[in-house]
Design a protein around this ligand. Structure first.
Ligand SMILES: [Zn+2]
Length: 378
């Protein structure tokens, strides 16, 4: 289907993996500098000035690559499940992958769950690999996990282990916008049969987690533990609570769209005709026009302006299944040039939906609902 290209976020696009652009957000570059300043002095006292700062920079790169593996896992599993991965963005502690739903059919609960869990699972596998590497390098059981020691390789493996353990565990917290939020959404969706109930439950869980982190930050601050940790925890909690609140605000619109039977407006077709066939006489019902077994348009024989079907047919911008989600129908009309969409059921053309009949500004609705794209936050 033709349509406007996906929105791309700013940053430095460093390459493509299976066609998916990978962008390093500007925030990462700024945060990497902060990381070098935070870890540099301590590492410099252990390893010497140059080597210490180089290792601190390497920690930043390790974190970036760990986030990348996490996002790549979302993107790869998404593509395997028929979703469309549009962009991987790497920011400092939170990269995200833009994944649009499958075209012309409802996203399946189990698929969404697997796409969400792929990210944290990839981090846990990487952490386990780093730990095995550390075991192989270690000469004794000394402080293997809690502090980096020994060779450069051991120091780097230590960074890989902790970056991935923290990324994996943190993202499994069960609330939106974290990957663990999908666990809640999927469970409630499966139990109630309604996705938006799951969406609401996962959003409330996210609000509780976010406010919990903010409260924890206040305790850290009052106990004078570490100001930087307290501020970081508070900001993270506030971000989670806000993202979850935004998700909760979508629920009424989801309910409205849920109850909107777009196919009520379907104009049925009486049959199928080839594009190069002559216009049949005496027929006053719509016909689907097929080419090579695919629906490409429709014909209203009453308004025919020439002897052949191809002279008078109207093109369809996309062909959808009869059980497609409202979001997919709106998505199909996003390109303003699309006047009509064909509808098939079990491979048979059953009708057309037109822009006029639906009487909607498809673009506004999809953008308000952000229904077409799932963001997986790292
Ligand atoms: Zn994730």
């Amino acid at each position: 289907m033709s349509g406007p290209g996906p929105r791309q976020e700013g940053g430095l696009t460093v390459g493509r993996v299976s066609g998916v652009p990978v962008t390093v957000g500007w925030s990462w570059l700024a945060a990497a500098a902060v990381m070098v300043l935070a870890f540099g002095p301590r590492l410099a006292s252990e390893l010497g000035r140059g080597a210490g700062y180089a290792m601190a920079a390497a920690y930043g790169v390790v974190l970036l690559l760990s986030v990348f593996v996490h996002e790549l896992a979302h993107a790869v599993v998404g593509n395997r499940k028929g979703h469309r991965s549009e962009q991987i963005v790497l920011t400092f502690l939170g990269g995200h992958t833009r994944i649009a739903g499958p075209r012309g059919r409802r996203p399946r609960n189990a698929d969404l769950l697997m796409i969400a869990l792929a990210g944290p699972c990839a981090n846990i596998v990487l952490a386990a690999a780093a730990w095995l590497g550390m075991l192989a390098l270690a000469r004794g059981p000394e402080t293997l996990l809690l502090s980096p020691s020994g060779t450069w390789a051991a120091q780097l493996l230590w960074a890989v282990l902790w970056a991935n353990l923290l990324l994996g565990a943190f993202n499994l917290l069960p609330g939106v916008p974290l990957d663990g939020g999908q666990l809640v959404e999927s469970a409630v969706w499966a139990a109630t049969g309604r996705r938006r109930r799951g969406t609401a439950a996962a959003a409330w869980a996210g609000i509780v987690i976010g406010l919990g982190l903010v409260s924890f930050a206040v305790v850290l601050f009052l106990r004078r533990v570490d100001l930087a940790v307290a501020v970081g925890t508070a900001l993270t909690g506030a971000f989670i609570a806000y993202a979850a609140y935004r998700q909760l605000q979508r629920v009424p619109l989801l309910a409205y769209l849920d109850s909107w039977d777009v196919f009520e407006r379907l104009r049925p077709v009486a049959g199928v005709i080839a594009a190069d066939a002559p216009v049949p006489a005496g027929l006053d019902r719509l016909l689907a026009v097929e080419d090579g077994g695919r629906m490409i348009g429709y014909l209203d024989p009453r308004g025919a302006s020439g002897p052949l079907v191809s002279d008078s047919m109207l093109l369809v911008g996309a062909v959808l299944e009869r059980d497609a989600e409202v979001a997919d129908v709106l998505d199909a009309f996003r390109d303003e040039d699309v006047w009509a969409v064909g509808v098939v059921e079990r491979g048979r053309c059953v009708g057309v939906l037109t822009r006029e009949d639906l009487n909607i500004e498809a673009r506004d609705l999809t953008e308000r609902a952000e229904l077409d794209t799932d963001e997986k936050d790292a």
